[in-house]
Ligand binder design. Structure first.
Ligand SMILES: CC(C)(COP(=O)(O)OP(=O)(O)OC[C@H]1O[C@@H](n2cnc3c(N)ncnc32)[C@H](O)[C@@H]1OP(=O)(O)O)[C@@H](O)C(=O)NCCC(=O)NCCS
Length: 194
C-alpha cells in the first residue's frame, strides 16, 4: 500500500498537463469555484462532482470546499485526487482508488471543463496513469466506468481499448426521476500496450 502512495500521491506531469494534489483550503476552493461557476450544468449531467445528489456540479465555493474535504477523507485509505492544469490554468479533475486484494486500480472519476474537451486530455491523463499502474505497480487490471447515457465518456473509454465487462441496470436515479444504467470496463495487464 505504501508503494502505491509513493508512486501516485504526488504531482505528476504528462506531455501537456500537470496533475496537482490540492489541499482542501479556502484558497483552493475559490480557484476551483472560479473555474467551474461559468460551466453549463447540462454538460455535466452524467457526473456527480457535488455534495448534493441531484446536482452535477457545486453551486458555491462552500460546496467546493465540502467536496474537497470529502475527497480527502475518501482518498485517505486507498485513493488519490488530482486537479489538472494546462498552461497553469485549471482544466480538470481525476480521482483514482487502489484495491490491493484484486490488484486493481480504479479510475473512479474524471471531468474536464468544456473548453478542454476534444483535445485528447482525458486519454493523455489515463495513458500516464495506466503506465504507472501496469509498468511500475504491476497491477493486474485497471477499471473505468460511466453512465450509459454519457456518450463522450463511453467513446473516450472505448477508444482507449477498454473491454466492456457489463452493464449494471438502473444503477443511478437521475435528478429527473428516471433510471440510468452504469457501464463497467476493464483493461487487463495482458491487454496493456504502452
Ligand atoms: C468525458 C470527458 C472526460 C472526455 O474528455 P476528452 O479529453 O474530450 O476525451 P479524450 O481524451 O478521449 O479525447 C478524445 C477526443 O479528442 C480528440 N483529440 C484531439 N487531440 C487528441 C490527442 N492528442 N490524443 C487523443 N485524442 C485527441 C479525439 O479525436 C477525440 O475527439 P472526438 O471525441 O471528437 O472523436 C469529457 O467530455 C468530460 O469532462 N465530460 C464531462 C464530465 C464527464 O462526463 N466525465 C466522465 C464521467 S464517467
Amino acid at each position: 500500500m505504501e508503494k502505491f502512495f509513493d508512486l501516485f500521491k504526488k504531482n505528476l506531469k504528462t506531455l501537456r498537463l500537470e496533475l496537482r494534489l490540492l489541499e482542501p483550503s479556502a484558497e483552493n476552493a475559490e480557484l476551483i469555484w472560479n473555474t467551474l461557476k461559468a460551466e453549463n450544468r447540462g454538460d455535466f449531467a452524467f457526473i456527480n462532482y457535488s455534495p448534493k445528489y441531484d446536482k452535477p456540479l457545486p453551486e458555491s465555493v462552500d460546496d467546493v470546499l465540502e467536496i474537497m474535504k470529502n475527497d480527502d477523507k475518501m482518498a485517505a485509505d486507498n485513493g488519490v485526487v488530482w486537479y489538472i492544469f494546462h498552461n497553469n490554468n485549471l482544466v480538470g479533475y481525476q480521482r483514482i482508488h487502489y484495491w490491493p486484494q484484486s490488484k486493481t486500480i480504479q479510475f473512479a472519476a474524471v471531468w474536464f471543463v468544456k473548453s478542454a474537451w476534444g483535445h485528447g486530455f482525458s486519454q493523455e491523463v489515463h495513458n500516464t496513469l495506466e503506465q504507472i499502474s501496469f509498468e511500475q505497480l504491476k497491477v493486474h487490471r485497471v477499471t473505468r466506468q460511466c453512465m450509459a447515457g454519457n456518450l463522450h465518456s463511453k467513446k473516450s473509454i472505448e477508444n482507449a481499448g477498454y473491454h466492456l465487462d457489463g452493464c449494471v441496470r438502473d444503477s443511478h436515479l437521475m435528478p429527473d426521476g428516471t433510471w440510468m444504467d452504469h457501464l463497467t470496463y476493464t483493461k487487463l495487464e495482458s491487454e496493456y500496450k504502452d
